[in-house]
Design a protein around this ligand. Structure first.
Ligand code: HEM
Length: 194
């Protein structure tokens, strides 16, 4: 019963974050039209930015708290370890480290954008991604986010009883489009400087 409640909280927070990610990726694509991008962020920063940031911070906190609770309940209930029959079994410490990295990536990204001159977000991004290190850092963050999304969405599909190959292919295709849509900005900026 308690487990179901935590799972529901985690799923709701995850859905809110996924909705934001799709919105964020699609609006960021306007980067390829400087005037449109600048107009969008001028409008967005005038009233939406802070409410969105607060909602995202709450969603992340609920998602992480529920995940920790679920882990604890499962660890208590499990007296015999699962048999490891996944083809690509990822050791638990590596999963934990990747999630810590993902959280650190989000915190660093939010701090970086808060330090941006909000009247010139376009030039700020241009400047940020002149650095190969920053581009690699963002690509690493996006890679970990891709692994996290495909893994957790596969779990959601399993809970819903949808285990067909078509469902999994659709999940992978959606996640790749999302990550690709984000990655194209840093990669194209760095590419233009080479
Ligand atoms: C290369 C990929 C990305 C680019 C170019 C990018 C760009 C931006 C920009 C321009 C802003 C807002 C600056 C402003 O309002 O003045 C922002 C804010 C933000 N980004 Fe990203 N972002 C990227 C990836 C991500 C990812 C993967 C996440 C989540 C995991 C994320 C989460 C956020 C959040 C929570 C905010 C603060 C709320 C907001 O202003 O909308 N971003 N990002």
């Amino acid at each position: 019963m308690l487990l179901q409640l935590h799972k529901r909280k985690m799923a709701i927070a995850g859905t809110v974050m996924s909705g934001y990610l799709i919105f964020h990726m699609l609006t960021n694509l306007s980067f390829f039209n400087q005037a449109y991008f600048t107009d969008f962020y001028t409008w967005y920063n005038a009233g939406l930015r802070w409410p969105v940031l607060v909602i995202m911070a709450i969603a992340i906190a609920i998602h992480v708290k529920a995940a920790i609770k679920i882990r604890k309940v499962n660890a208590k209930a499990r007296t015999v370890q699962y048999e490891k029959h996944d083809k690509f079994h990822v050791p638990a410490p590596l999963v934990t480290m990747s999630i810590i990295f993902l959280l650190a990536f989000m915190v660093i990204h939010i701090i970086q954008t808060l330090l941006f001159d909000s009247n010139n977000v376009y030039m700020e991004l241009q400047q940020l991604f002149q650095s190969t290190f920053m581009v690699l850092f963002y690509l690493a963050g996006l890679f970990v986010m891709m692994m996290h999304l495909t893994h957790s969405l596969a779990n959601v599909l399993q809970t819903l009883g949808k285990t067909s190959k078509t469902c999994h292919t659709l999940v992978w295709a959606g996640v790749l489009l999302l990550v690709g849509g984000f990655a194209i900005i840093p990669v194209s900026i760095l590419w233009a400087t080479l």
